[in-house]
Design a protein around this ligand. Structure first.
Ligand SMILES: N[C@@H](CCC(=O)N[C@@H](CS)C(=O)NCC(=O)O)C(=O)O
Length: 69
């Protein structure tokens, strides 16, 4: 994930109302992340996905990792 570009889209009401977007984002809530592996919702799941494998975002030891969680 660290070396992949991220495109941030602030969804307009028109985009949110589109059939294509509703099919991707079943909950209709934000944040929402599209990845090559599939789509994710829930902010904590998205944050953990982004932080996975990063040298410091998940903390540098078990205690820090617990604080992040
Ligand atoms: N538990 C979800 C809550 C997501 C949520 O309620 N997001 C709000 C915005 S903060 C939302 O999408 N509301 C509907 C909308 O904006 O159309 C998470 O942590 O991601």
């Amino acid at each position: 994930m660290n070396d992949k570009p991220v495109e941030v889209i602030v969804a307009s009401e028109e985009l949110k109302a589109s059939k294509e977007f509703k099919a991707k984002n079943l909950t209709g809530k934000y944040p929402f992340l599209e990845t090559e592996e599939g789509n994710l919702s829930e902010s904590v799941a998205i944050a953990k996905y982004i932080a996975h494998g990063h040298p410091t975002l998940n903390g540098t030891n078990t205690f820090e990792a617990a604080k992040v969680n």
